[in-house]
Design a protein around this ligand. Structure first.
Ligand SMILES: [Zn+2]
Ligand SMILES: [Zn+2]
Length: 140
């Protein structure tokens, strides 16, 4: 093995180590399976394609289980009045009777399915006020 090769191997090992440390950090913070999936994707991508590892490429989302811990309810005849002037900021539709809604940590409301598509697939922050919706994150 020549010197260049050794250096490459050290780089390679260091990079894997960075991934593992990041994973430990995430697990300590009770992060989410979806985040771990993303990190694993990243690691495999790095190993097989030698792509640059970029922490910002990791998408942080809630899992569908996390979403179940949010207060959620079906709109009823009785409760429709309090939501009639609001619209879901994901689909821009109003809330109708029998539709399931989620009340976020910041008290903003979204349709359950819209909240799923946003929080479990895109971002962990409220689309209205950007409040972090991760259950273990306390925000001032
Ligand atoms: Zn919606
Ligand atoms: Zn909000």
């Amino acid at each position: 093995m020549n010197n260049t090769n050794t250096n490459e191997n050290i780089d390679y090992a260091n990079n894997i180590l960075i991934h593992i440390e990041l994973m430990q950090k995430l697990i300590e913070n009770r992060f989410y399976t979806s985040v771990l999936d993303n990190i694993l994707d990243n690691i495999f991508d790095y190993i097989y394609n030698q792509n640059e590892f970029n922490e910002s490429d990791i998408k942080v989302t809630l899992s569908s289980i996390d979403l179940k811990f949010f207060k959620n309810t079906n709109i009823t005849k009785k409760t429709q009045k309090q939501y009639e002037n609001l619209e879901c900021s994901i689909c821009l539709q109003k809330y109708n009777i029998d539709e399931r809604i989620v009340i976020l940590k910041c008290k903003h409301v979204l349709h359950y399915n819209c909240a799923y598509n946003w929080l479990c697939k895109e971002k962990v922050t409220c689309p209205v006020c950007r409040y972090d919706q991760r259950l273990n994150v306390i925000q001032e």
